[in-house]
Design a protein around this ligand. Structure first.
Ligand code: GTP
Ligand code: MG
Length: 195
């Protein structure tokens, strides 16, 4: 499903720009710089299809990619700190929240959490919004390659504990490294399996 079947469709800056909600849709949400765009690149096997960079606030639009004929992958702007003017950040945060709470065909939101840092207050805010909007979300831990072995278990416990409080959370956590490729095949299978 992923090989050679991904195309960039459009970048959207307002709810009126969203494509028709006639496909199964999954989105990638998370704090600025957590690795959303990199994960899309890794999933699709096309480096650079989603623009990634070390500057938090790189993705400033909602970017839609078509996956075959039936699915949309959606790269979202980050929340939390961003290296961009406040007015601009506030505009995209508002759009992000509108999108996450009002998209009828959104089957699953992947909430990306840096494996070194665990779930932060801003992540919980988004999770609560997803609970209220009845959007099933699944946590994807990112940058697995950067976690210290001694911290791993405690962070996983923290994440599980946080998830247990969110009714919209899907219990299985996916551990990934876009750099090394860990968890990418698992995530592809999850996306391909959504009906
Ligand atoms: P915004 O669009 O600004 O919200 O950021 P983003 O969440 O899309 O993050 P992006 O994919 O641009 O990645 C941010 C930085 O983290 C880049 O420098 C990436 O190279 C790096 N990065 C992403 N994933 C990984 C990973 O799995 N391992 C390592 N070591 N670095 C990663
Ligand atoms: Mg990005």
């Amino acid at each position: 499903l992923f090989a050679g079947e991904v195309e960039f469709l459009k970048g959207v800056v307002g709810m009126d720009g969203l494509p028709p909600d006639d496909r199964i849709e999954v989105c990638f949400a998370g704090r600025s710089n957590v690795g959303k765009s990199s994960l899309i690149n890794a999933l699709t096997g096309r480096k650079g299809i989603a623009r990634a960079s070390n500057t938090p606030g790189r993705t400033q639009e909602i970017n839609f990619f078509t996956l075959g004929d039936e699915r949309f992958l959606v790269d979202l702007p980050g929340y939390g700190y961003a290296n961009a003017p406040l007015a601009v950040v506030e505009k995209w945060q508002r759009l992000l929240k509108q999108y996450l709470s009002g998209r009828a065909n959104l089957r699953r939101a992947f909430v990306l959490v840096d494996h070194r840092h665990g779930v932060k207050a801003v992540d919980e805010e988004i999770m609560t919004l997803l609970d209220r909007s009845a959007v099933t979300f699944q946590v994807v831990l990112t940058k697995e390659d950067k976690v210290k072995e001694k911290d791993r278990a405690a962070i996983l416990t923290q994440v599980r504990e946080k998830l247990s409080k969110h009714p919209a959370a899907y219990p299985e956590i996916v551990v990934t490294s876009s750099e090394k490729g860990d968890g990418i095949e698992t995530l592809r299978a999850i996306i391909a399996g959504l009906a």
